[in-house]
Design a protein around this ligand. Structure first.
Ligand SMILES: [Zn+2]
Length: 94
């Protein structure tokens, strides 16, 4: 499945020996995402370094952990997704 972006932020790439940097050279964009998630609620988290251009693109795709209420059966379930998007109800699907 596609990666779900949770957050994109600047972080220090190197910690340790070469600590002294100029501003903007020391920090890099880090992409935190869910690589996979399962029906039983188990999520696999990962992170990767991305370039600044990709970071801007990813920022627009950040997903949120929300409680979604189904219009048809009124039951609630937890989803990961973008705000204002539609989700399939796992109960109506049965
Ligand atoms: Zn439903």
């Amino acid at each position: 499945m596609a990666k779900l972006t949770l957050s994109v932020c600047k972080a220090y790439k190197n910690s340790g020996r070469f600590r002294i940097h100029k501003e903007n050279t020391s920090k890099h964009w880090k992409h935190y995402f869910v690589e996979d998630y399962f029906d039983d609620g188990d999520w696999k988290f990962s992170s990767e370094w991305v370039n600044p251009i990709k970071a801007q693109l990813l920022k627009r795709k950040i997903v949120h952990r929300m409680i979604w209420q189904c219009d048809y059966c009124d039951r609630q379930f937890e989803v990961l997704g973008r705000k204002n998007s539609k989700f399939e109800c796992p109960y109506c699907d049965e």
